[in-house]
Write a protein that binds this ligand. Structure first.
Ligand code: SF4
Length: 379
């Protein structure tokens, strides 16, 4: 206890000397940040102070624990009619490399993963496939739940929900309601990218607009379907657009309390249209990741509990460092991931033992969580 108190005192001493100390103390006192606070954080070059501050906040919430979830990703189809310029995964309808998993293939993967890895969560995401009716999703969810009722189904981004609603000529709320009845537990936060329509017009002009993403999330929360929130940074957005994105999510969370976690992704340009047209050549890199992780912890302190370290786009080493910059969750094992791997990024699967080892290597206590971030065992 003496060591813990000494470290906290040491951190507070360093925070006091930084030029963001007033923001950190406001957050600790329960104040909400405004646009100028967020801009000051994003414009600060003092990554070290941001990290010390975020780590202090993280330690107050989670102590030495760092969680992960044992899961698979089912990228059930790569057929998509939305043609996002940042995506290397999709194929247009009829393309020779397009695929859609059958119910039988989905169940085979789930059963194999349950037996081989003891998964507790299935992350289901895919393209906007106009040939899939809602019965496809309902059948998949029902059959998974029939066989494994305790596996959490974390599935379908807000933009996929919108696509199903358009195919069915229904409302997104009705679609969410039917999918919940079929077994959907929670929604991933994908599809937000940057919640600014100028950015969306540039990088994903055919995708839902910012207010639609926010509306679908609010509808899900009102039906007691909790979700993650995400941010994909490093394309064409300005600092102010990043700040507004964080604030829009914070404001919705104050209203619904439905976000369980926040996941900042750095854009991986490899093999995407944005790289070939020259609009983005490189990803934001390691210091950009650590800064966004730290700022996310400060902005969402006491609002959104969990912050993922994004090993998928930044690698295990950076994810370890992210735990020292405010993240508390390593994310999932992500067996079967195909979206990020389409960019040719590093290996996109990890075993539970590799995650446990990675967490231990930097002095944290690994713990496995379920779909709702409940800890189910410590290591
Ligand atoms: S990001 Fe999603 S919606 Fe956009 S093209 Fe890729 S699969 Fe389609």
């Amino acid at each position: 206890m003496y060591i813990v108190n000494s470290l906290a005192a040491f951190a507070l001493n360093l925070i006091n000397k930084s030029d963001i100390s007033d923001i950190v103390y406001n957050v600790l006192n329960g104040s909400r940040l405004n646009l100028s606070d967020c801009l000051r954080l994003l414009e600060s070059d003092d990554i070290y102070s941001l990290g010390i501050s975020a780590n202090h906040l993280r330690n107050k919430l989670f102590g030495n624990n760092a969680s992960f979830v044992n899961n698979i990703i089912l990228n059930y189809t790569n057929v998509c009619v939305t043609y996002c310029k940042f995506c290397a995964f999709y194929r247009p309808p009829g393309h020779s490399e397009s695929y859609t998993l059958s119910l039988k293939q989905v169940l085979e993967r789930v059963i194999m993963a349950k037996e081989a890895y003891g998964i507790t969560q299935i992350l289901i995401q895919g393209g906007h496939n106009p040939n899939l009716r809602i019965e496809y999703y309902e059948e998949v969810f029902r059959e998974i739940k029939k066989r494994h009722p305790k596996i959490g189904i974390h599935g379908l981004s807000a933009s996929e929900i919108d696509m199903i609603a358009r195919v069915e000529r229904s409302t997104t709320k009705e679609i969410l309601h039917r999918l919940k009845l079929a077994g959907l537990d929670s929604l991933p936060g994908a599809g937000a990218e940057i919640l600014d329509d100028e950015v969306k017009s540039a990088i994903s002009p055919l995708k839902i607009k910012s207010h639609e993403w926010l509306r679908i999330m609010e509808e899900a929360h009102s039906l007691d379907i909790r979700s993650s929130a995400t941010m994909m940074y490093g394309t064409v957005e300005t600092t102010e657009q990043r700040a507004n994105h964080l604030l829009l999510i914070a404001r919705l969370q104050e209203k619904t309390h439905g976000f369980m976690s926040f996941i900042p992704w750095s854009f991986e340009p490899n093999k995407t249209e944005m790289q070939s047209d020259g609009s983005v050549r490189y990803s934001s890199g390691g210091s950009g990741l650590l800064k966004m992780i730290a700022i996310s912890r400060i902005v969402f302190y006491s609002l959104i509990d969990h912050l993922q370290s994004s090993w998928l786009t930044n690698g295990v080493g950076m994810a370890q460092l992210a735990l020292n910059y405010g993240a508390d969750d390593f994310g999932g094992t992500l067996i079967g991931e195909e979206v990020v791997s389409a960019t040719g990024a590093r290996s996109t699967e990890l075993s539970a033992s590799k995650i446990i080892e990675s967490i231990r290597q930097i002095g944290y206590r690994p713990c496995e969580r379920d779909n709702y971030y409940n800890i189910i065992r410590y290591f």
